[in-house]
Design a binder for this molecule. Structure first.
Ligand code: HEM
Ligand code: CA
Ligand code: CA
Length: 313
């Protein structure tokens, strides 16, 4: 635990003197890719989460090579997202060589992705340094779509995030898709009952079955927020309420009192305090973005996001 510094490691405006164009360059790059490919914005957001939860927000997810995090199953749908960060890094090396970390580029790109899909912006504290290790096996502790609420709460608590942060951050599922492989088991033979998961809305079930046919291709993608997967809005929570959550871990948020109350708050029907999802999301992202951040003399500023500097010699 001594190779990272805690919460105060990052700050807004970290590159103000050394690379004033950093935000502009990252945003332009993200826009350039996202306008031709709807998987880019959700991919970048998902990638930032998977980076922060494994060895902290240190771009470990971007290191390439055999048995790195990127080769692990939870990240297999993110491989093509790597090039967006790679290009932004190339442009930044031209303007301000050796200054901006890949971890910070990913933090900015995740924010830009939310804004591009209609979410509210926030200021991103910067100053993360890039990590030196990336192991596929370390991704085993990422939250899974079959995790109970108790396990979900525990995994977030282990990273300093509370239950409200959990419900807020999983709201990232308002954009993007999942592979049918993470859904099929709910649709046809749930827990060896030969029946679907009873917590799926009866009218929604045939819709979902049509998208993920029995025995069909597990790589087929379906929206996580049905009807609104390209828009960063409240609809995800409406779907949870209507038993139209696609992942089992999402559907459980509505069933369990510990998380139910926060879903209700975002639907405007909960107890006080009244919180708005679009505002709370940015706040929770800043918190997630500070997980086990490396600063000072820890880590390095990579020259290429896919390789540690020592690998380049
Ligand atoms: C309990 C916590 C969570 C679980 C169990 C979970 C699970 C999943 C799963 C199974 C997928 C589909 C992946 C695939 O098909 O390969 C997914 C996608 C996604 N997740 Fe999560 N997730 C969680 C939290 C989060 C958080 C905190 C964020 C961001 C703040 C996030 C953002 C996303 C996004 C944007 C996608 C869509 C990716 C794409 O379209 O490429 N998730 N998640
Ligand atoms: Ca990491
Ligand atoms: Ca949505």
């Amino acid at each position: 635990q001594d190779n990272w510094c805690g919460k105060q490691g990052t700050r807004v405006g970290f590159y103000k003197a050394t690379c004033p164009k950093v935000e502009h360059i990252v945003r332009k790059t993200v826009i350039g890719y996202a306008k031709n490919d709807p998987t880019v914005a959700p991919g970048l957001l998902n990638m930032f989460f998977h980076d922060c939860f494994v060895n902290g927000c240190d771009a470990s997810i971007l290191l390439d090579g055999p048995s790195t995090e990127l080769t692990a199953p939870p990240n297999s749908h993110l491989r093509h997202i790597y090039k967006v960060i790679g290009i932004a890094k190339l442009m930044l090396e031209r303007s301000c060589r050796g200054v901006v970390s890949c971890a910070d580029i990913l933090a900015l790109a995740a924010r830009d992705s939310v804004v591009l899909t209609g979410g509210r912006s926030w200021k991103v504290p910067l100053g993360r340094r890039d990590g030196l290790v990336s192991r596929a096996s370390d991704t085993a502790n990422l939250p899974s779509f079959t995790d109970s609420i108790t396990v979900q709460i525990k995994k977030f608590a282990d990273k300093g995030l509370n239950t409200q942060d959990l419900v807020t951050l999983v709201g990232g599922h308002t954009i993007g898709t999942t592979g049918c492989a993470s859904v099929n088991y709910r649709l046809y033979n749930f827990n060896n009952t030969n029946q679907p998961d009873p917590d799926i809305n009866q009218a929604f079930l045939p819709q979902l079955r049509a998208l993920c046919p029995n025995g069909g291709d597990g790589l087929r993608r379906v929206a996580l927020d049905t009807g609104s997967n390209d828009s960063f809005d409240n609809s995800y929570y409406e779907n949870l309420k209507n038993e139209r959550g696609v992942l089992e871990s999402d559907a459980m948020l509505w069933k369990d009192q510990r998380t139910h109350k926060f879903v209700k708050v975002f639907l405007g029907t909960g107890e006080k305090p009244r919180l708005r999802f679009n505002k709370e999301f940015g706040r929770a992202m800043v918190k997630m973005g500070n997980i086990e951040v490396k600063t000072g003399s820890h880590g390095e500023i990579r020259k290429l996001c896919g390789r540690t500097n020592s690998e380049l010699h």
